[in-house]
Design a protein around this ligand. Sequence first.
Ligand code: KG4
Ligand code: ZN
Length: 339
Amino acid sequence: MNLLTIETTCDETAAAIVTDRLEVLASVVASQDDLHRRFGGVVPEIASRAHVERILPVIDEAIRKAGITLNDLGAVAVAHTPGLAGSLLIGLAAAKTLAAALGIPLVAVNHLQGHIYACRLADGEEVFPCVGLIISGGHTSLYRCRTPLEFELLGSTTDDAAGEAFDKVASMLGLPYPGGPAIQEAAQGGNPRAYAFPRAFLNDERLDFSFSGLKTAVRYTVAGPGKTDFAAIQLSPQQTADLAASFQEAVVDCLVTKAFQALKQTRLNVLCVGGGVAANARLRQRLQEEAARQNVRLHVAPLTLCTDNAVMGAIAVERLKAGLVEPLDLDVSPGVVRR
Ligand code: KG4
Ligand code: ZN
């Protein structure tokens, strides 16, 4: 059976065609980075308007690339939680319309569960039960993932998400949006020990994160306390590289430490990592080193499945197997469902 999966939780308009045997027939992602770049972050109203323009062409392209027609679809799945309300609504409206017009089931996808399912999809083997680390522009959380559909929150950020911190620090350093890839590149020639930035909760049992103190520390280092005019500051390329590398190392230290603390506390030995920040090369390297040292089975989503995409919506196959289909009055749930 062919499924159409739709993803519009934030600023990517995406559609994919997958089969109930988890084969990917087509994947289309229309990024909105160009629209949000000059604001240094996602502007929700711009995002939802862009989804309206792009959703039908993106779905059409996915169908065309898969070499099928709408009549070959057996179900339509859509990420309806969590995300930006206006963005979620566009994908949900498209999915409901197709489900009603074609007379096929509507399946709800939890975007965060999808980020972890990307690991299962890519590696083609069972990964559950596992600890799931989800790190993106909107979320930084650790879950005990009993099955693809049963997640228990172990800890999360108390303020900024890791990706948000990357984006904001990039903007302070005069680097482009999205900040993660820009900081990663700038950090290449930098010294990660040049600046001793803070690492919140590192020696604490709690499995939470905090990145706002780190962000403020970078800000004071760059501009001085109380100053906000970053445009007036001239950093040398070496200073930028050192700041980027030191910031990145601090984030990576927190993410790696907490993920392995979670494994210890839950006595699990499988770690799955997904979300845009999981694309970070330094993080991937540190996770691999630590996993090898501690004999942990590590699954990090491949680069194309880290940032938002519709392929991870293949988790809908698990819901269908469990008999979970939705009525056509399904609503969006912008906030995180805590369990
Ligand atoms: O998962 P995602 O595409 O969207 C959300 O659900 O938020 O994640 C986007 C975030 C952005 O904050 C971006 O800066 C970050 O992922 N990101 C990275 C890298 N690539 C993307 N952060 C660090 N290093 C990267 N290479
Ligand atoms: Zn995401």
